[in-house]
Design a protein around this ligand. Structure first.
Ligand code: SR1
Ligand code: MG
Length: 400
C-alpha cells in the first residue's frame, strides 16, 4: 500500500533532520511552506542556530492552481528528482544539489537557494544578470546535446526516453500552450480589454497552421531530454550564479522548446517594460539589454552545441557535409516558433506571468499585453522562414 500523503510541517522537519550533511547537529528546525507555484508543496526548513537550511518539495496528486478536480500523477516527482540529478551531472553547478528523493512520498530534498532570486522577480525589479546568457547557454547545450542521438548511444537513449514518459505534465503543455489559447476555451483567462486581440488570433488561419506544426513537434519529436518548463520562474539567479529548478515537466521532446522558453520569457519581460521602466530612456536601455541577452543566449548556445558535436558526437552519419548547419537552422526555427507560443499563452491562457499581470495601471498593462501578443504571433508566423536570431530582434523592435 502506498504511504503517500501530503506532509505536515512537522513531518517535513523530520525528513529534513535525517539529512546529516546539512544538519549534523541537533538544534531546533523551523519550517515555512513557501510554495507559490501551480502544482506542489514546498517547505523551507531552517536551523536558526546554525543558519543552515534546505528545501523539501512534495508533489500533490492534483494541480494546486486548479484544485482536486485536476488530478496529476505523482510520478512527476520521480521524474523531477531524476532530471535534477541528470542535469546536475551534465551541467555542473547549474542545478540545485539533490540530498534525497523519496518516490513513494513524491518528494525531493534539495539545496536551498534563498540567497538567489527567482529570475522573473529579479527582472521585474530591474536586476542585472550579466552571466546569465553564458550560464543558461551552457545548461541548454550540455543537457540537450548529451541526451540526444548526437551525444549518446541511441539504444541507451531509447531506454532513457522510457523513464521520462510524462503524460500528465505533457498534456498540460499540449492543452495550455498549443491548444486552448487558439479557441475560446474555458481555461483561458482573458481580460476584457484585450478580448478582441484573442479573437483575432482565433480567426488567423495562417497562424493556426503554424501552431499545428509546433504542436506536432511537441507531440512527436523525442529529440532530447528537455527541462520542459524553462521559464524565468524556473530559474534562480544572482549576478554571479544561475540555477535551474523545477524540471517536473521533463520529457524527451524538441530541443527548441527549452531554448524558446528562455527567449519567450525574456520577451514577456521586454513587453512588461511598458510599466517596469521609470521613463523612456531607461525603458529603451532595459529593452536593449534584454534583446542583447536573447542574442547572446542563442549565439552562445549555438557555438557550444556545435563544439560539443565536433568534439563528442557519437553518430558517424551526422558528420555528413552540411548536416550540422541544416540541423542548427532547424533548431533555430523551432526555437523561434516555441518562443512565440510560450509568449502568447502567458497573456491570456490559464497561467499568466507577473511581468504582465502585476502591472497596476490598466492602460499600461493592456499595452504590454498587446505588445507581447504582437511579438508572440510575429515569432510564430516567422518561425519556419527565420534565418538568424536577428529575426527575433527585428520582430520585437518592430512591435514597439
Ligand atoms: C496547471 S500548471 C500551469 C503552468 O504552470 C507551470 O509552470 C507550467 O508552465 C504550466 O503550463
Ligand atoms: Mg514549475
Amino acid at each position: 500500500m502506498s504511504s503517500y500523503h501530503p506532509l505536515s510541517e512537522a513531518e517535513a522537519i523530520e525528513i529534513a533532520r535525517s539529512i546529516r550533511e546539512v544538519f549534523p547537529t541537533g538544534e531546533e528546525l523551523v519550517s515555512r511552506e513557501i510554495g507559490d507555484g501551480n502544482l506542489n508543496l514546498v517547505f523551507h526548513i531552517a536551523q536558526p542556530a546554525t543558519g543552515r537550511s534546505l528545501i523539501v518539495k512534495q508533489a500533490l496528486p492534483y494541480a494546486k492552481v486548479v484544485g482536486e478536480s485536476w488530478p496529476l500523477s505523482l510520478d512527476r516527482a520521480r521524474i523531477e528528482s531524476e532530471a535534477l540529478i541528470k542535469q546536475g551531472e551534465l551541467a555542473p553547478g547549474l542545478a540545485p544539489r539533490v540530498y534525497k528523493a523519496d518516490h513513494e512520498l513524491a518528494l525531493t530534498v534539495m539545496e536551498d537557494l534563498s540567497d538567489h532570486v527567482i529570475m522573473r522577480r529579479g527582472l521585474i525589479e530591474g536586476g542585472h544578470y550579466p552571466k546569465f546568457a553564458g550560464h543558461i547557454s551552457e545548461f541548454l547545450a550540455r543537457t540537450l546535446f548529451f541526451t540526444s542521438d548526437l551525444g549518446m548511444n541511441q539504444q541507451d537513449k531509447k531506454r532513457l526516453v522510457q523513464s521520462y514518459i510524462n503524460p500528465d505534465l505533457c498534456k498540460i503543455t499540449e492543452d495550455l500552450i498549443f491548444d486552448h489559447p487558439y479557441y475560446d476555451a474555458e481555461t483561458n483567462n482573458i481580460e476584457d480589454s484585450i478580448r478582441d486581440a484573442a479573437e483575432a488570433i482565433w480567426r488567423d488561419e495562417a497562424l493556426l497552421f503554424e501552431v499545428a506544426h509546433l504542436r506536432e513537434k511537441f507531440l512527436t519529436r523525442a529529440q532530447a531530454l528537455l527541462h520542459g518548463d524553462l521559464h524565468t520562474g524556473s530559474i534562480f539567479v544572482t549576478p554571479e550564479s544561475t540555477k535551474v529548478i523545477d524540471p517536473e515537466f521533463a520529457y524527451f521532446g524538441p530541443m527548441g522548446f527549452d531554448v524558446g522558453a528562455v527567449i519567450g520569457n525574456l520577451l514577456l519581460n521586454f513587453a512588461g517594460q511598458e510599466h517596469w521602466s521609470a521613463d523612456d530612456v531607461s525603458r529603451r536601455d532595459r529593452r536593449s539589454e534584454l534583446l542583447a541577452t536573447i542574442r547572446d543566449v542563442w549565439t552562445l548556445f549555438e557555438g557550444k552545441f556545435r563544439r560539443l558535436w565536433d568534439e563528442h558526437g557519437v553518430d558517424r552519419v551526422a558528420r555528413a557535409a552540411g548536416y550540422q548547419d541544416d540541423y542548427m537552422l532547424r533548431l533555430l526555427r523551432d526555437t523561434i516558433g516555441f518562443a512565440g507560443a510560450k509568449t502568447v499563452r502567458r497573456v491570456y491562457g490559464l497561467a499568466h506571468v507577473a511581468d504582465l499581470d502585476t502591472i497596476p495601471d490598466a492602460a499600461a498593462r493592456e499595452r504590454a499585453q498587446r505588445l507581447a501578443l504582437a511579438i508572440g504571433t510575429g515569432l510564430i508566423r516567422r518561425n519556419r522562414q527565420a534565418e538568424s536570431i536577428e529575426d527575433v530582434i527585428l520582430i520585437a523592435e518592430g512591435a514597439l
